[in-house]
Design a protein around this ligand. Structure first.
Ligand code: FAD
Length: 307
């Protein structure tokens, strides 16, 4: 029951102010968001890629309120891409972006988000990498998929994320698999109503497997975003049955979660990509990580009390 409460708090401005200002928070936050600036995150990227892992980079931030903030988000990604180019890491590091951070929820937001994300996709392509559009709450997805389709006309490698907990996703998966898209499948991290999403873990897991099968049997490039050992074993089996070679799909996990599993899968020859978030506006991302696992909340609460 704790998860939904934390997810509700993740949208509260009052809680945002309270938790962001708490003096103890940073050390706990660092487990999931290991840097605030490009200078702080570069050594982390070098460490991960040095261990044979790939990364997908997320400059944290969402729910912005002005077009200037959306442009600042675009510039933050452009700065990062410039650094990756200098380091020669373009091919190992892709970008994950949240369109809400590019202005999607502002007036004229669909066009604004497209205008802001396009230069990022162009800059990524210029250094030999790609961008994946993260999936946010269900009200944003029609716009996200339309932007994805538009970007793919010029940059076919642009990826998107689908969430197994939503009823709509099986149809989305069929469409994306048929069009040969790169698609990350995840369980889903937002608080969604029963009118649009499964609420029960068992049903979400079953939907995940059905969707994964569709992606593996389709024309696209499946990216399996999960830490669930059962899902990972089933994914390997589905990939084998679908005749996929090791370089025809990949696993993805979040920085700070099951790090030893990242290395194990990479050592088995899998492409393993670590979703690595950095930046100062970490509140929403951090709260979703707490909501996913009650033990994280206990750890966080203990750190508050022990200070
Ligand atoms: P679960 O059944 O939740 O977890 C399985 C096991 O993994 C747990 O028992 C635990 O051992 C471990 N675990 C899972 N989460 C945590 C945690 N926070 N802390 C510690 N251990 C944990 N969601 C979206 O809605 N949109 C996105 O764009 C999106 N992008 C993602 C990208 C990647 C690469 C990944 C891995 C996840 C992404 N998610 C996204 C989050 C996703 O929706 C889930 O909330 C999250 O992955 C937890 O689900 P799970 O598949 O790991 O399975």
């Amino acid at each position: 029951m704790l998860g939904p409460v934390i997810l509700a708090a993740s949208r509260s401005d009052r809680m945002r102010r309270l938790i962001s200002a708490a003096p103890v928070t940073k050390s706990v936050v660092d487990r999931f968001i290991p840097g605030e600036t490009v200078d702080e995150i570069v050594p982390i990227i070098e460490d991960l890629t040095g261990k044979g892992l790939e990364v997908t980079m997320d400059v944290v931030g969402e729910d912005i309120t002005t077009p200037e903030q959306a442009m600042a988000a675009r510039d933050a990604y452009l700065e990062l891409i410039g650094r990756l180019e200098e380091l020669g890491l373009g091919a190992r590091a892709e970008m994950s972006v949240k369109l809400s951070m590019f202005g999607q929820a502002l007036p004229g937001g669909h066009e604004l988000a497209l205008a802001n994300v396009r230069p990022v996709v162009e800059a990524a392509a210029a250094i030999g990498t790609t961008v994946t559009l993260d999936a946010e709450d269900h009200t944003t997805l029609d716009s996200m998929f339309a932007i994805h389709e538009e970007l793919r006309k010029d940059f076919p490698g642009t990826g998107c994320v689908i969430q197994a907990y939503l009823f709509r996703t099986e149809a989305d998966a069929r469409r994306l698999a048929a069009s040969g898209s790169r698609v990350r499948i995840v369980k889903g991290a937002y608080k969604e109503p029963a009118s649009v999403a499964y609420q029960n873990k068992h049903e979400i897991d079953k939907a995940y497997v059905r969707i994964l099968k569709t992606l593996m049997e389709g024309e696209g490039y499946p990216m399996i975003g999960s830490h669930d050992p059962r899902i990972i074993a089933i994914a390997q089996d589905i990939a084998r049955r679908a005749g996929r070679k090791l370089d025809e799909y990949e696993f993805q996990m979040l920085y700070g979660i099951r790090g030893e599993e990242h290395l194990r899968l990479a050592a088995e020859g899998h492409r393993m990509r670590v979703y690595t978030a950095y930046g100062t506006d970490w509140y929403g991302y951090f709260m979703r990580r707490l909501a996913e696992k009650p033990a994280n909340v206990r750890f966080f609460a203990r750190s508050m009390v022990s200070k």
